[in-house]
Write a protein that binds this ligand. Structure first.
Ligand code: ADP
Ligand code: MG
Length: 723
């Protein structure tokens, strides 16, 4: 402790401990400012404190934990592979061994010759030399002796050692030591428990102060488990409360009612060149029932790629714009349709021009690259680019009834006259705050229709979409052939390229998807991914498909560049599109009927399903080839599950069970911590949290009777969960 101060959970750590500037930075990255923040920073896992090994006694294949000192450090690149690597030579009294970190040179950069470390990993051998491959390494204040500690000692092999998510500058050891100090001072007992006592009792959850001791310094495994369960419950419970409180607030506002007669609906539906599927009709019914009243709708439509969500959006739009606001029967209600990318916004704009052709309705498109209006003054059947100022004026005075756009739609300057319906496409790409901004436009709140193709498990949907009513389009339009999906081993590669060549010759197009590259730093992963896309495109052009036009698409391209590539691919000027998995989920190119997925074992099942959905858009037979060189039987079994599967939501459940929540696509934005994600695997826990949250909100929507809980919920919103 730095000096004698009245310590409370709110005391800044810098008043308590001597903290170096780099540590301060690291802590603020972890959002740790006060004693409370530090106490609530939970371990990622535990290590059973195993017996240490002497380096001299090691042999290939051993799993070893070594306590020693760093003799030397260097970073380099693999001789042939050019893989960036970090290396350190570790010594204990008995000998010396090399530790190597492939792809993670920064680990070596955190080490200094002479410093004490604990290293654990598997012993490998190369050219007769033993080394540790990608071991876990932890700096130690010193080589530990048998001095006693709250957290167990080397002499107590059964002790559980908490391991924290680290960041450069703040090690697990540092965290453990300082948390221990706070707990010894009893600071953890001063933090008010946000969870009401009867709820703790009902689910046999430990109180906050007990759980803090159990999570940071468990004496036995069941204690750690009980503590983690409590924190998982708390997180899910608090998120649900936040969502339900928002919803209650939203429900207390008024929306425009937009009833539509069955006759008008039938007439408009005839404009589609296809009959609606049963699932589409059902979901449309649900949405139209909501829109017909002044209670604001908040509905999420889940439907696989290609299930026809745009048609549902168009019908809801039609219902809204067919109605007038109550105070002016000559005006029309307005609709805003927000898409995550410019390409998608443009595609929706074009679909809507078709669906609303001849109705005389004003339709606008607003994106980062400009504004377009239909109809044009000079050509009533055409569109015209207009200035932003003009566009905003048309929107404000109601001349534009439908406006489609990207994020540009939620900028402050965009104002509507009678916004009745806000549609958000691929809604997982937008945070709750962005949705909230769209909803804030106007005196009345608009009805909200969110749409997503991202398959997520039910438990997760119940949590992060706790404020939304759910409609599911669980059926694809008829006549779609299921994508013929095959697992391709390296020996069969050539044959597949032959097949692809045949289809290309018949005029079809293909996607080649390059895998994510596992790298701890997500920004780097994107760069590496971009590299692999570029390299693969070069290789295909040179060695495999020299006579075809090959394009590339990845997250590092500018929106303009992406658009140009997609445009060319849509027109058929590019035959093969080499891309990462992160780009443009909803793009529609019906002539692309083939997809090659490299390193398929690296993807989640739901994500593979979603990717292949891109080629399930035409009446031609589509082929998806899952390239893999994995020898792992479990990987192959997992891949086989997708061959027959038809529904992305089932696959999401499977992913959750087999690989854990971290593997679910689209989950990074959800803002749920690792511990909260553990809860997502537990339907009972999620349902319990939901029932409790619902009961509280029903009686006390503002949470005024539970101030500690209210503070916790407010904090969740403020710290930008879901952003
Ligand atoms: P998504 O749900 O992925 O947004 P879209 O709305 O883009 O799907 O629809 C995919 C394709 O299916 C479009 O070409 C659309 O015209 C077509 N489609 C939509 N509904 C039907 C239907 N009921 N019958 C036949 N084709 C349909
Ligand atoms: Mg879509």
């Amino acid at each position: 402790m730095k000096r004698a101060v009245e310590i409370s959970p709110d005391t800044p750590l810098s008043d308590l401990f001597a903290i170096r500037p780099d540590q301060k930075k690291a802590l603020s990255r972890l959002r740790i400012v006060t004693a409370r923040d530090l106490l609530l920073y939970l371990p990622a896992r535990y290590e059973m404190r195993g017996r240490e090994s002497a380096i001299s006694g090691l042999s290939k294949g051993d799993t070893a934990t070594i306590y020693g000192r760093v003799a030397s450090v260097k970073t380099s690149r693999g001789f042939r592979t050019r893989i960036p690597m970090g290396e350190a030579q570790i010594e204990d009294g008995s000998g010396s061994i090399k530790a190597v970190w492939f792809h993670q040179p920064y680990i070596a950069k955190t080490l200094h010759p002479g410093s004490a470390v604990k290293v654990s990993g598997t012993i490998q051998e190369r050219k007769g030399e033993l080394y540790l491959a990608n071991p876990r390494i932890e700096p130690l204040a010193d080589i530990p002796d048998s001095s006693s500690s709250l957290f167990g000692t080397i002499d107590q092999p059964e002790a559980m050692l908490p391991i924290y998510p680290e960041t450069q500058g703040v090690s697990s050891l540092w965290l453990r030591h300082h948390i221990e100090t706070l707990i010894k001072k009893g600071i953890h007992e001063q933090i008010a428990d946000p969870i009401p006592e009867e709820i703790l009792k009902r689910y046999h959850l430990p109180s906050l102060s007990t759980a803090l001791v159990w999570v940071h310094a468990p004496q036995k495994e069941p204690d750690a488990t009980a503590a983690r369960k409590r924190f998982a419950f708390e997180e899910i419970f608090v998120i649900q409360l936040a969502r339900m409180r928002d919803r209650a607030l939203y429900n207390s506002r008024q929306a425009f009612s937009a009833p539509i007669t069955p006759e008008a609906l039938a007439t408009f539906t005839k404009r589609f060149p296809f009959p609606l599927t049963r699932a589409q009709s059902r979901v449309i019914d649900e949405a139209l029932t909501d829109i017909a009243t002044e209670r604001p709708m908040a509905r999420l439509i889940e439907g696989d790629v290609g299930s026809g969500k745009t048609a549902v959006a168009a019908i809801a739009t039609y219902a809204a714009i067919s109605c007038a606001p109550p105070d002016n029967r000559f005006a029309r209600l307005q609709v805003a349709y927000m898409a995550p990318t410019e390409i998608l916004a443009r595609q929706h704009f074009e679909s809507f021009l078709e669906y609303f052709h001849g109705t005389g309705i004003g339709i606008g498109l607003i994106t980062g690259s400009g504004c377009v209006k239909f109809p044009s003054k000079v050509d009533p059947s055409g569109t015209t680019p207009i200035s932003r100022t003009q566009f905003l004026r048309f929107l404000k005075d109601g001349e534009l009834s439908i406006v489609i756009g990207t994020h540009a739609l939620i900028e402050k300057t965009v104002a509507f006259r009678h916004l009745a319906l806000a549609i958000v496409d691929e809604q997982h790409r937008f945070g709750t705050m962005q949705r909230a901004k769209l909803l804030r436009k106007g005196e009345r709140v608009p009805h909200l229709l969110s749409m997503t193709a991202t398959p997520i498990p039910r438990t997760l949907a119940l949590t992060i979409y706790g404020d939304l009513d759910l409609s599911v389009i669980d059926e694809l339009p008829p006549g779609r052939l299921p994508v013929a999906t095959r697992i391709i081993l390296p020996s069969e590669r050539k044959g597949v390229y032959e097949t692809v060549r045949g289809e290309l010759a018949a005029g079809r197009q293909a996607y080649v998807i390059c895998p994510r590259i596992d790298e701890p730093d997500p920004t780097k992963a994107l760069a590496l991914n971009a590299t692999s896309v570029t390299e693969e495109a070069k290789r295909l052009k040179k060695d495999v498909f020299p006579h075809y036009e090959i394009g590339i698409l990845h997250g590092k391209l500018l929106p303009k560049e992406k658009e140009a590539v997609m445009e060319k691919f849509s027109r058929g000027d590019i035959h093969i599109l080499v891309a990462t998995s992160v780009v443009e989920v909803g793009v529609n190119v019906p002539n692309a009927t083939m997809m090659v997925i490299e390193g398929a074992e690296r993807f989640g099942l739901a994500q593979l399903h979603q990717l292949r959905g891109r080629i399930a858009r035409s009446t031609h037979q589509a082929h998806c080839f899952l390239f893999t060189d994995t020898k792992s039987a479990s990987s192959l079994t997992r891949l086989k599950a997708i061959v027959g599967a038809k529904n992305g939501f089932e696959l999401a459940e499977k992913d959750l069970m087999i690989r854990g929540a971290g593997e679910l696509s689209g989950m990074r934005q959800s803002g749920i911590s690792d511990i909260g994600m553990e809860a997502i695997r537990n339907l009972k826990l999620v349902e319990a949290a939901r029932a409790e949250a619902r009961a509280i909100i029903a009686n006390d929507p503002e949470l005024s009777g539970v101030p500690h809980l209210k503070a916790r919920v407010d904090h969740t919103n403020k710290t930008g969960h879901f952003e």
